[in-house]
Write a protein that binds this ligand. Structure first.
Ligand code: ADP
Length: 319
């Protein structure tokens, strides 16, 4: 029915003894996307994931995963889905290879004589082949998360659901986990929750933002980042910038100029309504009188953090 949707929910809601964890969630996750499910702690992300996997039942509403009903077909769903819990648990004395072998025997439906090969392939994919025969108790946080992702995908699921895969990791550990997530998207849809904005900006193509159990935004990263105020160019001057500023402000394609003063340099943020005009003229307008030197010129990248704070604060004010 929803052939191109990996996940769809309609009015999905969950209340735990009077606490509303999730309010009428409508979510659409397209196949082969890498979907960041973003929200502060307590927003309802884990609750949503548990509902999708059929681990808990909705109070109202419902949803489908590859067209299978989340309340009735959870066995079917779990065959197609790989899941990494927020804090994966391991038998610490076992090695990474033994752990994966165990999991593969259990879940892998391919030929039995392929199991060792499959385990080796998976270890390589998550870059743990050189540590495969060491006990997990000596693994770093990042290595444990990578092993968790390996475990979640031994049976080649069409959808991977990862609950905070990069939380609590150091920058190197996070970078490695994000790299593996990007690698996996070639084979599967990746749906992951996070409260770390930077991660979302680096690897997702679509984002949903949840706050207090409510969906406050769902869009592509591009839409989120450009939707909030148009394109902005940033020009840094050494010397006097005032004349350049008034020349620039006089054009109708300039919708606003913000001055960011500095010790020796001043930066102007120029919001424009017509990118072509800006690209043709802005640099020339900045330098044409010879009074100021332009030391940096570029398009200001909107940071997801600005957008996130704006959206979440906006939705808090509406309460
Ligand atoms: P997130 O994963 O975004 O941090 P959760 O889905 O874990 O958020 O929690 C959403 C809300 O539901 C929180 O207020 C949390 O305290 C509450 N909650 C979660 N699980 C339970 C539970 N088993 N019983 C009662 N309240 C719960």
């Amino acid at each position: 029915m929803h052939s191109n949707l990996a996940i769809r929910t309609e009015g999905l809601s969950k209340t735990y003894n009077g606490t509303t964890a999730l309010k009428s969630l409508d979510l659409k996750v397209h196949e082969h996307s890498i979907f960041g499910f973003l929200g502060p702690n307590g927003a309802g992300k884990t609750t949503t994931i548990k509902l999708l996997l059929g681990l808990i039942k909705p109070t109202a509403g419902g949803g489908t995963v590859f067209g299978h009903d989340i309340t009735g077909d959870s066995v079917e769903i779990r065959r197609k889905v790989g899941y990494l819990a927020q804090v994966p648990s391991y038998y610490m004395h076992m090695t990474a290879r033994e752990t994966l072998r165990f999991k593969t025997r259990f879940y892998y439906s391919g030929p039995r004589n392929r199991i060792e090969e499959r385990v080796q392939e998976t270890l390589e994919m998550v870059e743990l082949a050189d540590k495969a025969d060491r006990p997990i108790k000596g693994f770093s946080g990042g290595e444990r998360q990578r092993l968790g992702i390996a475990q979640a995908q031994v049976h080649h699921p069409d959808l991977l659901i990862l609950d905070e895969p990069a939380a609590n990791l150091d920058p190197m550990g996070r970078r490695d986990v994000l790299k593996i997530m990007e690698r996996l998207r070639k084979h599967a849809t990746v749906f992951y929750s996070t409260h770390i904005l930077d991660d979302v900006q680096r690897v997702s193509d679509t984002v949903a933002i949840l706050n207090h159990g409510e969906l406050v935004a769902q869009a592509s990263i591009e839409e989120l980042l450009t939707g909030s105020g148009g394109t902005v160019y940033s020009i840094t001057f050494k010397g006097s910038h005032e004349e350049a500023q008034s020349r620039i402000s006089a054009h109708e394609w300039v919708s606003g100029v913000t001055v960011v003063p500095g010790d020796l340099r001043t930066t102007l943020h120029v919001a424009v309504t017509d990118e072509d005009a800006a690209e043709d003229e802005l640099m020339r307008l900045a330098v044409c009188d010879g009074k100021a030197t332009v030391t940096e010129f570029g398009r200001k990248r909107y940071e997801l953090e600005d957008v996130f704070v704006e959206i979440v604060e906006g939705s808090n004010n509406g309460e």
